[in-house]
Design a protein around this ligand. Structure first.
Ligand code: ADP
Ligand code: MG
Length: 341
């Protein structure tokens, strides 16, 4: 064999070995799983992952759920609410501190201590009722995120009767932790739908952006449009997601204005936030809902760092400039797109 032929043969063997090795890896196929956590249904699709990685992702979300639950007696937040103080894990402390900063940034539109009011309306138990003004006034006395102290692994309330709930941010934080896991495992492409909070990780395997549906508030099984993005967390808060109809015929939704203790009833149907942080997206989807459309725009102009799609009762879709070119309203849904500069 000539020297030239030998080199070619070695190269061919090398190529064949590489091909064989790559076909032994999990490959770039999609690994999918659906499960229930955080009181909702979640679905995760990860390209190039194996079952063990899906196990880790599910365990991470379930672990967070177990620490934050307000109904499970083993949870850290349950202990805090029962005793007024508790020892918490480093991960919970991180979430608490970041969330308290967002409560302050939004001037209390997001307030984790609104929990006793949420419970009074029946949004945790499902036994819905309309509390009296007097009862609400009494409960609002102990609603104030500034009265939560969190240092190291200690958390406590400064007033009796206080309770905290992290339902407004839990799925967003779960998305952030999941994204960290994906990065640590060198994965490049995944779409995680954590009950309406969606992590669009990397790009689709074909290199295009992920397309995420924005729910139609009148029929949340269908979409009013789509947003295309990559490496973003998209969180939506809608009055249609959890509500009850009172004996007075009115609709009461699960997003509470911490100023009044009453379900928010303003010009907004839903708020979708698109940003690189799940915690920020989830926190702001709730907070901007409480603020109302005009205040939400002011908050956006002042702070930035995220995009929004706000659907209002007069059938307008207010869309910030950063996402506008990547947001298409479906025909026939009747929403008029309004650009927010
Ligand atoms: P979802 O959980 O349906 O995605 P949100 O992220 O908007 O909706 O969270 C709403 C939940 O947060 C409510 O069910 C309630 O437990 C709690 N909550 C309601 N109003 C507030 C508020 N102003 N600040 C903090 N938490 C709130
Ligand atoms: Mg939220």
């Amino acid at each position: 064999m000539s020297k030239y032929k030998k080199i070619v043969a070695v190269l061919l063997c090398f190529c064949a070995a590489v091909l064989m090795l790559s076909s032994c890896k999990p490959g770039n196929g999609k690994a999918s799983r659906g499960f229930e956590a955080m009181d909702t249904y979640m679905n995760i699709d990860v390209y190039g992952a194996d079952e063990a990685l899906l196990d880790k992702l599910q365990a991470s979300i379930e672990g967070l759920d177990g620490r934050l639950s307000v109904t499970s007696p083993d949870s850290e937040i349950y202990a805090l609410n029962k005793n007024g103080s508790a020892k918490i894990s480093a991960s919970t402390a991180d979430l608490v501190r970041q969330t308290l900063t967002l409560c302050a940034d939004t001037d209390g539109a997001l307030d984790v201590t609104v929990q006793p009011v949420v419970e009074e309306w029946g949004f945790i138990s499902g036994d819905y009722q309309i509390p009296t003004e007097e009862r609400l006034k009494g409960l609002l006395d102990s609603v104030d995120y500034r009265l939560v102290s969190c240092g190291g692994s200690d958390i406590s309330f400064e007033k009796k009767g206080m309770k905290a709930g992290f339902g407004a941010v839990a799925k967003g934080y779960a998305a952030d932790e999941a994204v960290k896991l994906l990065k640590d495992n060198n994965l490049e492409s995944a779409i995680l739908n954590l009950g309406g909070t969606v992590a669009a990780y990397g790009e689709k395997p074909d290199g295009s952006k992920w397309k995420i549906g924005i729910a139609d508030p009148e029929n949340s099984a269908s979409y009013i449009g789509y947003v295309s993005c990559s490496n973003k967390i998209v969180a939506t808060s809608g009055s249609y997601e959890r509500y009850f109809k009172g004996d007075d015929g009115k609709i009461y939704s699960h997003i509470i204005d911490p100023e009044t203790g009453r379900p928010v009833d303003n010009d907004i149907l839903s708020v979708t936030i698109i940003s690189e942080s799940g915690l920020l997206s989830d926190a702001l989807s709730t907070a901007l809902f409480v603020m109302g459309r005009e205040e939400a725009e002011k908050y956006y102009s002042k702070n930035g760092g995220f995009d929004f799609i706000i659907l209002t009762k007069d059938k307008k879709a207010y869309v910030t400039k950063g996402i506008s070119d990547n947001f298409t309203v479906s025909e026939g849904k009747g929403y008029e797109k309004v650009l927010v500069e």
